[in-house]
Design a protein around this ligand. Structure first.
Ligand SMILES: O=c1ccn([C@H]2C[C@H](O)[C@@H](COP(=O)(O)OP(=O)(O)OP(=O)(O)O)O2)c(=O)[nH]1
Length: 154
């Protein structure tokens, strides 16, 4: 079962009323990065390739078609007995852009990121709502304790 937006909102910080949706909470765009160097995924570990942070013009990112990393503005704590997913805001998708999610594990806490695929040039204002985070009830063994635990928490 998916939790309500009100429930999800209690796991995020900061959250304004306009972010709370019936079934989840909208995530805002904190920063956009572009990968510059190859990463590596091996049997013995992984590295994330070097990136450059994009600079918005007057607070707006004008993004040409391609792949970007979107950093979200909210700290998320995935509670026990749950798993999280991110969906694009439908207006993003309707503008030929997509956000991909990996699994947000029970016990993870941090300000995460997602793969933003731009299929047609789009303008995104820094701080705008671009995604929606949802939580589903889930069994799990152990809690998240990987390299991204606590990322970008001030
Ligand atoms: O779209 C997503 C999905 C997940 N996460 C966060 C939450 C998740 O709990 C954490 C780690 O994800 P995962 O376990 O898939 O990472 P990994 O590549 O297996 O690395 P590690 O083994 O160090 O955790 O990253 C994101 O920021 N964005």
């Amino acid at each position: 079962m998916y939790e309500s937006g009100r429930y999800v909102a209690r796991q995020l910080e900061p959250v304004a009323d306009e972010q709370i949706q019936p079934n989840g909470v909208d995530l805002t765009l904190a920063a956009v990065e572009r990968q510059r160097e190859p990463g590596r995924i091996g049997t013995d570990g992984k590295t994330v390739g070097e990136r450059e942070t994009m600079e918005p013009a007057d607070g707006v990112y004008r993004l040409e078609p391609g792949a970007y990393i979107a950093r979200y503005g909210e700290t998320i704590a995935v509670p026990d007995d749950h798993v999280g997913f991110v969906y694009p805001r439908s207006s993003l998708m309707r503008n030929s852009c997509m956000l991909n999610t990996a699994v947000w594990d029970a016990g993870y806490e941090g300000r995460g990121e997602g793969l933003l695929r731009v299929g047609h040039t789009i303008e995104l204002e820094a701080g705008a709502r671009i995604a929606q985070f949802v939580l589903a009830e889930a069994d799990h063994e152990g809690r998240y304790d990987g390299t991204y635990q606590g990322e970008r928490i001030e």
